[in-house]
Ligand binder design. Structure first.
Ligand SMILES: [Zn+2]
Length: 54
């Protein structure tokens, strides 16, 4: 468990995460990139292409 850099909420992590993995913040919905795994550090994922209505 670690903190969301966007909203400060707690983010539940899978048992194992890999650097570069993207996880979602359950509090604010931000996509967060794992930038370090010991300890797990999250950073806001770069904005990818918007989904224009799937
Ligand atoms: Zn958040």
């Amino acid at each position: 468990m670690t903190d969301c850099p966007e909203c400060g909420g707690r983010v539940d992590l899978p048992e194992t995460v890999e650097v570069g993995e993207i996880v979602d913040c359950n509090s604010c919905g931000s996509e967060l990139e794992v930038v370090d795994d010991d300890p797990v550090t999250l950073d806001a994922a770069p904005d990818l292409e918007e989904d224009w209505g799937e």
